[in-house]
Ligand binder design. Structure first.
Ligand code: AQP
Length: 333
């Protein structure tokens, strides 16, 4: 039996190094393993939980597909589709919202962070988003969900919803209870401006992140301006752990170099950040520029990108429509 892998990325523009190192890089290795059946979804229904310009959203959907392909996901091996095309996602989300408890949702820290101080003005969709995410995952009998560390809590909620549905309707194992696949290290890339905040698309300062479409001189400039402290690079992990910005930059280097924090510290220990930043810019350009060039090339081939989404939709819909029929049956419709 192949392992089923499902994950999604929101087409909200500015796909960045955090999305790549925390999630997409992992998607590529899972796609390359013949033991896996992978589904990667452009989660456009999630994107509209905050207001989107329709023309820009359309463009961002193409950019997300282009990023998947440019990063190395093979559309012949993995299903790539957009969520809004498969109506079972919205349908299952409603049914599961009658299973999930308010108390469970009230604990979601991402809603608190995204809604900010004025929760009354946040959309209902932003609040119930994790239920739609559970529907996405459960429709495909997913074994593993590769995500960044920020999605861990939503995955736990998804597991609770699956178990409650199975118990309430006495349908043992109907929903497969999925496992998160979170990398042990480098699963949370932080802002270049503040080591206590995660790198994010919606942060207003572009200097806080490396976008996957950044040009070489933008990468060099952003790394030059990235926040550090005045001390040289330490010689031990314990010392590094008390310096969030330094830890983040060395973490980014290690992840790109497929190395460990310990061996990067050994390489750079005692050196100044200016010296380290030159090497970091170099490895970023080396790894990110080919992806960036390919994204830009693919964005001129919209018919190719649409064909990938169309083929993916047919395959995903074939799986999800069968599962939703069974859900109707169980619920008593
Ligand atoms: N900083 C990060 N470090 C590691 N992984 C990250 N991910 C996001 N930010 C980081 C992972 O990327 C995948 C896709 O994320 P998403 O686009 O679906 O939504 P998000 O988590 O809300 O991403 P952003 O960039 O923070 O967007 P905004 O600013 O709109 O909220 C997920 O697997 C996520 O864990």
């Amino acid at each position: 039996m192949k392992k089923k892998i499902f994950s999604g990325v929101q087409p909200t523009g500015n796909l960045h190094l955090g999305n790549y190192l925390g999630a997409i890089k992992n998607f590529v290795s899972l796609n390359n393993d013949d033991e896996n059946e992978c589904i990667f979804c452009v989660v456009d229904l999630h994107a509209i939980t905050v207001s989107q310009d329709p023309a820009i959203l359309r463009e961002n959907i193409h950019e997300t597909v282009a990023t998947f392909i440019a990063s190395g996901i093979d559309p012949k091996k993995s299903i790539i589709f957009n969520q809004s095309r498969v109506s079972a996602h919205s349908e299952a989300a409603w049914i599961l919202s009658c299973i999930a408890r308010m108390g469970w949702l009230n604990r979601m820290t991402q809603f608190k962070e995204k809604a900010g101080k004025d929760k009354e003005k946040a959309s209902v969709g932003l609040y119930s988003y994790p239920i739609l995410m559970a529907a996405d995952i459960l429709l495909y009998d997913t074994t593993y969900v590769p995500v960044g560390n920020d999605q861990k809590q939503h995955l736990e909620l998804c597991r609770d919803i699956a178990q409650k549905f199975n118990n309430d309707f006495k349908v043992e194992n109907f929903f497969k209870v999925p496992e998160p696949l979170i990398q042990k290290e480098f699963s949370r890339i932080m802002s270049l401006k503040d080591g206590s905040k995660k790198m994010s698309k919606s942060e207003s300062s572009d200097l806080s992140r490396i976008n996957l479409t950044d040009e070489k001189d933008q990468i060099i400039n952003k790394i030059k301006k990235a926040k550090t402290d005045s001390l040289p690079i330490p010689s031990s992990l314990i010392e590094l752990n008390n310096r969030p910005e330094a830890r983040n930059l060395i973490g980014i280097y290690s992840s790109l170099a497929n190395s460990t924090l310990e061996s990067s510290i050994q390489n750079f220990s005692g050196k100044n950040f200016s010296e380290f930043k030159k090497d970091l810019s170099e490895i970023l350009i080396d790894k990110i520029s080919p992806i960036s060039d390919e994204i830009k090339r693919l964005l001129n081939e919209k018919s190719y990108l649409n064909k990938i989404l169309e083929d993916g939709y047919k395959k995903a819909d074939n799986i999800a429509s069968k599962k939703i029929k069974k859900i109707h049956d169980i619920v008593g419709f």
